[in-house]
Design a protein around this ligand. Structure first.
Ligand code: AMP
Length: 284
């Protein structure tokens, strides 16, 4: 069957289309994105298309998750090629609303997941996860998916969304997908497009830090201080500005002093003006 992809911009129309899709094609999957699609996004979309009868991809650069002075205005955008990618992947609907359709005049409802949002990126970006949780909940209510696909690349976001789905009985399956990397280890990110050549070369030291800590863990090191020190040394080689290096409990996001199997190292660092994040499970 040839699928003709629809591009929908209005929440009401999307809700109507989702109702019809769900009755014809279940399970209905959703892959929320901010566009500028790369192979990381594509891996989520491909997984969704193999596991769902129909898939909606949302493309929405959510203004409410960017703080003052962050890169909202500079966030990369490539809608035409994103639509082509989605069409080739036989997506049923791309939902690409304008900001004022998601946040109409007088908008006043917000979702907070305070404990999980407190540390790591939440500590440096106040209000970020409130914006994420609110928009993701809205996308669920507009697109009415049964399965939703998120990347482990944004690990704190994934854990927080799982919590929100449980707490609010949202009734969707949250599927976490592994991080897709460039050949040299750099985690794919839409923001990589904004790196200058020299910054792109320095950015690889973020994943090198993670892999160095993982090697140490496999060799038996469990002291978080030692693991952080090793990662720190790699990051210094790239001359990046470190926001945080933490080893966390993978469910509570609490920072640890002693690492255990499947705890995760998470790093955020600025390369020039571009803030990048990455994380890796520590497994021996
Ligand atoms: P974004 O467009 O950056 O908001 O990302 C949309 C979704 O794609 C989120 O669930 C991200 O975690 C996921 N994602 C982004 N980069 C990657 C990657 N390199 N590998 C796997 N998933 C990713």
């Amino acid at each position: 069957m040839d699928i003709i992809m629809e591009v929908i911009k209005s929440p009401a129309e999307m809700q109507k289309a989702a109702g019809a899709l769900r009755s014809e094609a279940s399970p209905l999957g959703l892959v929320p994105t901010m566009g500028a699609l790369h192979d990381g996004h594509i891996s989520l979309i491909k997984r969704a298309t193999t596991e769902c009868a129909a898939v909606v991809v949302s493309i929405f650069v959510n203004p409410s998750q960017f703080g003052l002075g962050e890169d909202f205005e500079l966030y990369p955008s490539s809608l035409d090629s994103d639509l082509e990618i989605c069409e080739n992947l036989e997506i049923a609907v791309v939902y690409a609303p304008p900001a004022d359709a998601m946040f109409e005049k007088g908008y006043d409802t917000w979702i907070e997941v305070p404990s999980l949002a407190a540390g790591l990126c939440g500590a440096n970006r106040p209000g970020h996860f409130r914006g994420v949780a609110t928009v993701v909940a809205k996308l669920f209510s507009i697109c009415r998916p049964e399965r939703v696909y998120f990347g482990e690349k944004d690990y704190q976001q994934l854990v927080l969304i799982r919590r929100m789905v449980l707490d609010l009985n949202l009734g969707v399956d949250v599927i976490g997908c592994p991080t897709v990397r460039e050949n040299d280890g750099l985690a794919m990110s839409s923001r990589n497009a904004n790196l200058e050549k020299n910054e792109r070369e320095r950015a690889i030291f973020i994943s090198r830090g993670l892999y160095r800590a993982q090697d140490l863990f496999v060799a038996g090191e469990r002291s978080v201080n030692e693991l952080k020190k090793a990662a720190h040394e790699e990051l210094e080689k790239g001359d990046v500005e470190i926001d945080y290096i933490e080893v966390i409990d993978p469910e509570t996001m609490e920072p640890l002093e002693v690492a255990f199997d499947s705890s995760r190292m998470a790093i955020s660092a600025k390369v020039g003006a571009i803030r990048l994040i990455d994380n890796l499970p520590l497994k021996g």
